[in-house]
Design a binder for this molecule. Structure first.
Ligand code: SF4
Length: 223
């Protein structure tokens, strides 16, 4: 009698092998944003849009020492908030969304970041990517697959999706990967994207996924 793995589609088998290798390659991979509470994780994740986690981690110590929780962020002076997050880019929009999200958390969710996708998506500035990060790392809930620029690029190169929209890519990945691994997949793929499979210069010769990757050693497509 064949094993369960034998009955899986070749694409699913390849996905699981990639997942297993990523776990071996990056055993201690974890969210690289610094935070102490779910609100701080939410704020750091909003700030990480179009910005590196490293840059966000430089900004948040001063931000959180002045405004540590939803209540203080909800009534912060907006210009002061903007100045504190300025170096993360798009700072006016980010400051406005952080304040509006914190106001809603205070008024509608009893000052607690909600732990349900539907409620999180009501918060200003929060789309599925941010909601998935918060649910996974603040509450241990795998509600979806976080699709950032690295996850998008690598999942496409690895031939696990042909979709271009993050929401469609997420659906494809959710269909291929076991739910308990949804978030750790993203974290590890981000590590691999930063270390090996860079946007313009993937190091295929050094890549331990090369034998599983249809894009290995092919001309780079940056999209
Ligand atoms: S083989 Fe090349 S394109 Fe494929 S994942 Fe590795 S570095 Fe990226």
């Amino acid at each position: 009698m064949g094993s369960r793995k034998d009955k899986l589609s070749p694409l699913r088998q390849r996905s699981l092998e990639i997942l297993a290798r990523l776990k071996r390659l990056y055993p201690d991979a974890t969210c690289s944003l610094n935070y102490s509470t779910p609100v701080q994780l939410l704020v750091a994740t909003i700030l990480s849009a179009q910005c590196t986690d490293e840059r966000v981690n430089k900004v948040t110590p001063a931000l959180f020492s002045q405004f540590p929780d939803a209540a203080s962020l909800a009534i912060a002076d907006l210009v002061e908030l903007e100045n504190l997050v300025r170096s993360t880019g798009f700072y006016r929009n980010k400051a406005k969304n952080i304040q509006a999200a914190c106001r809603m958390i205070v008024t509608e969710f009893d000052s607690v970041v909600p732990n349900q996708m539907e409620q999180l998506l009501k918060l200003p500035g929060v789309a599925r990517k941010t909601a998935n990060v918060v649910l996974a790392h603040a509450y241990g809930i795998n509600a979806g697959v976080t699709v950032d620029t690295h996850v998008k690029r690598l999942s496409q190169r690895l031939g696990l999706t042909e979709a271009k929209e993050p929401v469609r890519i997420e659906q494809d990945l959710m269909g291929l990967l076991p739910q308990p691994d949804w978030e750790n997949w993203s974290i590890r793929l981000i590590y691999h994207g930063r270390a090996i499979c860079k946007a313009r210069s993937p190091a295929c010769v050094a890549c331990e996924l090369a034998d599983l990757c249809p894009a290995a050693n092919k001309p780079v497509v940056v999209g």
